[in-house]
Design a protein around this ligand. Structure first.
Ligand code: HEM
Length: 197
């Protein structure tokens, strides 16, 4: 059993570590080490959105299997990092692909199905991020908050579909299959425990 202080240390370390991918992207860009910074940043932020989504969904199964209840104290922060990297990913697209021309962005979102799906996943992340504060949890009430946060069951498949569709153009399915398997098992574990209850 960890003390409150130890958990605070772990939280601080996870917070700092989670910023490293961004620091690396910024460093490689400003030092001119990238052949195609736009592609690197779009893909890097997309990858990390997916990694944090996998981590946040792994909290409950890991906690149940290991009995490490303190893991739940990392969940909100990990969830906010899903939104943070998702936001950067979207901003890269809006900024570098469309130079903040919203009309052009909309055209692209509607024209390319893999972007449509990614966009929906990102929009669905917004209410989860907005309602992550203690005040909002209180205002909504635990039950309603929990229902709202079940949106993650929609977001995760959309994220995989977005990834799959993007890679389909290159006939490269290894990573989408891997992440589809990971997210699918994490979601199924929750459904299994829920049905058992
Ligand atoms: C939950 C939301 C999202 C997740 C988890 C996600 C995840 C990803 C992943 C994993 C990649 C592939 C990276 C790689 O090749 O290694 C990617 C690529 C991409 N995503 Fe997203 N994405 C999301 C939302 C969005 C949104 C909102 C947009 C734009 C409106 C978007 C536009 C793109 C584009 C343009 C690419 C790069 C395609 C290319 O390089 O050919 N994504 N995304």
């Amino acid at each position: 059993m960890l003390t409150t202080k130890q958990v605070s240390w772990i939280k601080g370390a996870v917070f700092a570590l989670a910023l490293l991918p961004l620091a690396r992207m910024v460093y490689l860009t400003v030092t001119g080490q990238l052949v195609d910074p736009l592609e690197f940043i779009t893909r890097g932020t997309g990858d990390w959105t997916l990694y944090f989504l996998s981590m946040v969904l792994a909290v409950t199964p890991l906690r149940r299997l290991s009995g490490w209840n303190w893991l739940v104290r990392l969940r909100r922060m990990l969830g906010l990092y899903v939104f943070f990297y998702g936001f950067l990913h979207f901003m890269t697209f809006l900024w570098f692909d469309h130079f903040f021309d919203f009309r052009e962005m909309w055209k692209d979102v509607l024209k390319r199905p893999f972007i449509t799906v990614g966009f929906i996943a990102f929009v669905l992340l917004i209410p989860l991020a907005v309602t992550s504060t203690n005040g909002m949890i209180k205002r909504l009430g635990g039950k309603q908050w929990q229902w709202l946060h079940r949106l993650v069951y929609v977001i995760a498949p959309l994220a995989i579909l977005h990834f799959w569709w993007m890679k389909a153009g290159k006939h490269n399915f290894a990573q989408p299959i891997l992440f589809g398997g990971i997210l699918g098992s994490l979601l199924l574990a929750r459904v299994y425990w829920w049905l058992k209850k």
